[in-house]
Design a protein around this ligand. Structure first.
Ligand code: ZN
Length: 154
């Protein structure tokens, strides 16, 4: 387990929204979520990797979206702690995920998401891409769990 700290600096506009309800949150060059000083951030929710109930694994960016997938759909889901965090730990992390028969990646709809998908796909050739209009949590809030099931092609 690892303690995490979320940035709440006023200048990052946390919990501020435009007229259409889109988040104005922007952390610029620093990460939204930090580990304790000097500690390398690890995959989130790796406990589920030893759960024998399924041979399917879902990978998402961040911590909140895997919680949402587990909560809403009962999936085994892990979080990569940021789009740039796969590469430095890939030699270990690929071993943890590639033996699952099905591995899905829920891509955030942005360039960082595209890049993270490419990186993981390099290490996990059978990785399946799941695309949604918004990230998992926002899709769940706006369209409900049915939209996530539909995105999975089920
Ligand atoms: Zn910030």
């Amino acid at each position: 387990m690892q303690l995490l700290f979320r940035c709440i600096r006023p200048e990052c506009k946390v919990n501020q929204f435009d007229d259409e309800g889109n988040s104005l949150e922007d952390h610029g060059e620093h990460p939204k979520v930090l580990g304790p000083r000097g500690e390398r951030r690890w995959l989130f929710n790796t406990d589920c990797l030893s759960d024998p109930s399924s041979d399917e694994l879902d990978i998402v960016e961040g911590e909140w979206d895997p919680i949402a997938l587990t909560d809403a759909l009962g999936l085994l889901a892990i979080g990569v702690p940021g789009a740039k965090r796969w590469k430095p730990s890939r030699t270990v992390w690929r071993r943890l995920v590639r033996d699952f028969r099905v591995v899905r990646f829920w891509k955030d709809p942005d360039e960082a998401g595209d890049e993270l998908f490419k990186q993981i796909k390099n290490d996990v050739p059978h990785l399946r891409l799941i695309e949604t209009q918004w990230d998992v949590n926002k899709t769940l809030q706006r369209e409900g769990a049915g939209a996530l099931v539909e995105a999975m092609g089920l």
